[in-house]
Ligand binder design. Structure first.
Ligand code: TNX
Length: 636
């Protein structure tokens, strides 16, 4: 074959790219960096790799140690830190700030024998190190020695910085208690995806979890409830005389240890003390702090004590609310926030403020007199009075107050920041009032929502699939974006009693949020995200994290056609899966009909069964839905 000159040039160009194609390791960084250029070759981590840090920089020394400690179990290497170049991994703080990098950005360059990380701050260096860890093979996360892997990181040039300064995750340790060691694990995993705000929901109706030395009953009584294993919300109430043996709390020394652990990972800890509602654990300990003074109240074990009427309206049958008219309550809160403010160095304290039932207040004569005297027209204004008083207490401890979006009702306290959870409405409103906002709207950023086919996921009231989480626009156009600090995912644990379940609900959705909070919006792409998530599944397998694989399960939608027949549509979040189904009680696999267009569900069939395959192997779980269930799912 005779080639033209142009063809020869093209051929040569193709040949030059060949080594990249043959040798290139796939790069799957989450959150995706702002800019990444892959080059030919790689950096090889060996037993003699050295890390250099600038002299007199203890912060960078601890980052170098963090990296060395991370790679040690899998590689068996003990990396040396030196205070001078030349070294293999060089961490440098810019003497003249690079304006593109801001407070948290970094540059990372890897090549044969050399890794260079630069940043304006230690935080940026830490994120450069996190990216480097993600460039190393998945096996780097193994807790035990791996012999047969070459520890290569592909050659790259990266420049990276975050979209938002607040990239959070909330962990509710009240509904179920989680140990100090597990909280640390949760925090370290946040850091690996460049999340930087750990919101710790420490108090609620089901347990008070933080030692307050001046109020010992909060933990001797408030941290313990009777044990129950059923569906939270429908458990049996405490029986008379039944011992409260389930629960636990963090001693102040534990809190300090966790705050320090988070600090070493550039994570600020936001403590939440949820008042005036959600306070049954307080009232079980100090019943005199409510208007009802109910001395029989117990820490709630997930038994029902309220009725929800939909559209956010509810009624509490037991009083879980502090008395906003009683000075004792403010003295109590002053004691609590005095100790909280000392334990947590972060500038904000979260005072909850959500779902406060006003019925007991409104029915109480003293409260009515108080409202009249203070010209408070309704429960919302009384709540606002309470929140403003709490704001003053928090301010007197030199902290800023944050609360759930209910703190907007009846007038927001000066300087308060709002966490928008009832959708985006509260966030939009707060931004126009020029108050800082963190977006954590339900259901999409609620990590307790189920994430796939309802019949095989935990029993919760709403859903948030990975794709919905990933593609959610967290700064709606109506918002004044200047006031958006950032966003977070909330892990409420009513239906999450164990560590594996924490992981199942958190991952992979935390990865979708991490990318939404860090990566420029216009660079986000679901089709590029899916294969990266799948690569991180492999990393999580090695790290022994129980992530959910719900993205592989089929999505079943049901409608009725004009003649009243059920029409079934099947789909998947992950592109390119094969879906097999049966309507004759058989267990489907690749020998059964493959779905390619909507199915007319035959009259008389008992159930629909569906499973997904990829390349001839099952990847999804079996879904079985009875005819009645299919009927129920028809959208009216
Ligand atoms: C609403 S979000 C709550 C929590 C529940 C959660 C369950 C918020 C401020 N209040 O108390 O745990 O829903 O999804």
């Amino acid at each position: 074959m005779i080639r033209t000159k142009r063809q020869w040039i093209l051929c040569f160009a193709w040949f030059c790219t060949l080594p990249i194609c043959i040798h290139a390791q796939t790069i799957s960084i989450i959150p995706a960096p702002v800019s990444l250029k892959q080059e030919i070759g790689h950096f090889l981590l060996t037993n003699s790799t050295t890390i250099s840090i600038p002299a007199k920089q203890p912060e960078l020394a601890s980052i170098a140690k963090y990296f060395a400690d991370k790679v040690k179990p899998a590689t068996g290497y003990t990396l040396n830190t030196v205070e001078a170049k030349p070294a293999n991994i060089v961490l440098t703080l810019n003497t003249k700030p690079n304006s593109r990098l801001g407070q948290e950005g970094y540059t990372l360059h890897t090549e044969a024998g050399k890794v260079d990380i630069t940043a304006n701050t230690a935080t940026g260096i830490f994120y450069g190190v996190q990216t480097l860890l993600q460039l190393l093979p998945a096996e780097i996360l193994s807790a035990s020695l791996i012999q047969d892997v070459e520890w290569k990181a592909p050659s790259v040039t990266i420049l990276d910085y975050p979209r938002f300064t607040w990239r959070g995750q909330m962990f509710d340790v009240s509904r179920h208690f989680f140990s100090k060691e597990y909280v640390k694990k949760y925090i370290d995993r946040m850091a690996s995806y460049k999340l930087n705000r750990f919101h710790w929901h420490l108090t609620d109706d089901n347990g008070w979890r933080i030692e307050i030395k001046s109020l010992p009953r909060l933990t001797s009584v408030g941290a313990w409830r009777v044990p129950r294993v059923g569906t939270f919300g429908s458990n049996d109430a405490p029986k008379p005389g039944e011992p409260a043996t389930y629960g636990g709390y963090y001693k102040q020394a534990d809190i300090k240890e966790i705050v320090q652990y988070a600090k070493e990972r550039y994570i600020e800890v936001l403590p939440e003390i949820d008042v005036p509602g959600h306070s049954m654990a307080v009232l079980a300990s100090y019943p005199e702090l409510s208007v009802t003074n109910d001395t029989t109240l117990k820490v709630n074990p997930g038994s029902s004590f309220s009725t929800w009427f939909g559209n956010g309206k509810f009624e509490m049958h037991l009083d879980n609310t502090l008395d906003p008219t009683d000075e004792k309550v403010y003295q109590f809160l002053d004691k609590v926030f005095t100790e909280v403010a000392v334990l947590f160095p972060f500038e904000y304290i979260h005072m909850g403020g959500d779902e406060c039932y006003k019925g007991f207040w409104e029915r109480d004569k003293n409260v009515q007199a108080f409202m009249k005297k203070n010209n408070l027209k309704n429960g919302e204004e009384l709540q606002s009075y309470f929140v403003k008083r709490v704001g003053k207490i928090i301010q007197s401890k030199k902290k800023k107050m944050m609360g759930w979006d209910e703190i907007l009702e009846g007038g927001i306290a000066p300087g308060a920041a709002v966490m928008s959870w009832r959708g985006t409405k509260g966030g939009i409103e707060a931004s126009h009032l020029k108050h800082p906002v963190v977006m954590s709207p339900a259901p999409v950023y609620y990590l307790d929502m189920y994430q796939g086919e309802r019949s095989i996921e935990p029993p919760v009231y709403n859903s948030a699939r990975l794709k919905e989480v990933y593609t959610f626009d967290l700064v709606p156009a109506e918002m004044d974006s200047a006031y958006v600090l950032g966003a977070q995912g909330n892990l409420w644990t009513e239906q999450i009693p164990t560590e594996p379940q924490v992981e199942y609900m958190t991952y992979p959705r935390a990865l979708a949020m991490a990318e939404s909070f860090w990566t420029p919006e216009k660079q986000k792409d679901w089709n590029s995200f899916v294969p990266r998530v799948e690569y991180h599944f492999k990393r999580m397998d090695i790290a022994q994290i129980n992530y959910a694989q719900s993205i592989y399960d089929a999505i079943v939608t049901v409608r009725k056609n004009a003649s009243g027949k059920l029409i079934i549509e099947l789909a998947t979040e992950v592109p390119g899966l094969d879906i097999y189904y049966t309507v004759d009680n058989s267990i489907p696999n690749q020998y059964y009909p493959k779905y390619n267009s909507p199915i007319e569900y035959p009259a008389g069939a008992d159930n629909l069964r569906v499973i997904t395959f990829r390349k001839g192997e099952p990847v999804g779980r079996l879904i079985s839905l009875k005819t009645e269930e299919l009927e129920k799912r028809v959208k009216k």
